[in-house]
Design a protein around this ligand. Structure first.
Ligand code: UFG
Length: 359
């Protein structure tokens, strides 16, 4: 029996795979590598010394998906695959709805056909929109403010309807706050394509000299120093949260939603300072206008996950920044996007053209 991880080559997916393998689970990955690099899977194999079966398939390829379920005994699915850039989603809403929502529908239909009814879904704190107060609890009103966020919200609603129609499903919705950091080995981390949108990857590239300066989007928020406040969570803590959620999901039927955050908020300037401290580099920055759509303050009430999943984030902000910096300095070009070279390195051992075994 295996755990199927969609989008397993991505930032959170790859870290989760490592934690799953460390806990003894067998892992199968589906990824179409549109926004990720298969090298991340190789790194997961290096870190754990375990095998991973990988399918180069889109969730929109219903035949490909069917194949995966036909040829494997799947116990549960952790569903990460999806587009995730807020700005891009405003420009390309149809692509976002198609990829994220239709992809999830096809996945759930396939699961239903094969009687696989344990699902963990990767949602986001973005579904809370601009909260009236903090910390944010799971029962706060939901109000996504952009197409990306609405895809998450729509999927949450679809999954709720699905459970209502068939109580034999077990569905866990995880709402992430701001995942940052990298695996402590320095082998695995965030590898955004092009100029990063998010704070830590941007700061890392300024620290290493690849980008000139950070733009701080607004210093006139009603916060301690005027900059935006977020609940940054170490990606390894987040990954461990998935394993805890999976363990609960497999013994308990129902639909449950959990915030995965630390419960602490840090401002942009505090993050800059923490990064400067651990990297020994100074981060040039300039203050610019607010970024449209940003909220002033967002941080979680993580109590529900602590109580029901027996999970809590353990890594502090210095470690998050230190691990991000370790990853950046060890991999200045990320996973080195050079597919032709990488293919030669992969031991393809499959009769099925969609299937790759990585050892
Ligand atoms: N920021 C800057 N400069 C930058 C990038 C970010 O000042 O170059 C600031 C933002 O204004 C914000 C903070 O840093 O105050 C964090 O911004 P990120 O872009 O790193 O993260 P967001 O909170 O905007 O968004 C993240 C994910 C989304 C998710 C959202 C949920 O990227 O996918 O959290 O709240 F939807």
């Amino acid at each position: 029996m295996a755990i199927l991880v969609t989008g397993g080559a991505g930032y959170i997916g790859s870290h989760t795979i490592v934690e799953l393998l460390n806990e003894g689970f067998e892992v199968i990955v589906i990824d179409n590598f549109t926004n990720s690099n298969p090298e991340s899977i190789n790194r997961a194999i290096q870190i754990t010394g375990r095998e991973i079966k990988v399918y180069n398939t889109s969730l929109l390829d219903s035949e490909g998906l069917e194949d995966v379920f036909l040829h494997n005994k799947i116990q549960a699915v952790i569903h990460f695959a999806g587009f995730k850039a807020v700005g891009e989603s405003v420009l390309f809403p149809l692509e976002y709805y198609h990829n994220n929502v239709s992809g999830t529908l096809l996945l759930c239909q396939t699961m239903q056909r094969h009687n696989v009814k344990n699902l963990i879904f990767s949602s986001s704190a973005t579904v809370y929109g601009a909260p009236d107060k903090v910390p944010i609890s799971e029962d706060f009103p939901l109000n996504a403010t952009n197409p990306y966020g609405r895809t998450k919200l729509m999927i949450e609603e679809i999954l709720t309807d699905l459970y209502q129609s068939d109580n034999s499903w077990s569905i866990t919705i995880l709402r992430y706050f701001n995942p940052i950091g990298a695996h402590e080995s320095g082998k695995m981390g965030e590898d955004p394509a092009g100029i990063p949108n998010n704070l830590i990857p941007y700061i890392s590239k300024v620290a290493i000299g690849e980008l000139k300066e950070l733009q701080i989007f607004g210093v006139d928020y009603p916060t301690k120093d005027g900059t935006g406040v977020r609940d940054y969570i170490h990606v390894v803590d987040l990954a461990k949260g998935h394993v805890k959620a999976l363990n609960q999901n497999m013994i308990l039927k129902g639909i449950n939603t959990y915030n995965l955050g630390t419960g602490r908020g840090y401002s942009v300037l505090e993050i800059v300072k923490a990064f400067e401290k651990v990297s020994g580099r100074s981060i040039n920055y300039k203050i610019t206008e607010r970024r449209p759509g940003d909220v002033a303050v967002s941080f979680a009430n993580p109590e529900k996950a602590k109580k029901e999943l027996n999970w809590e984030a353990e890594r502090g902000i210095d470690q998050m920044c230190a691990d991000a910096w370790h990853w950046q300095t060890n991999n200045p070009n990320g996973y080195e996007k050079a597919p032709q070279i990488m293919e030669q390195e992969f031991p393809f051992v499959s009769s099925n053209e969609r299937e790759i075994f990585l050892k």
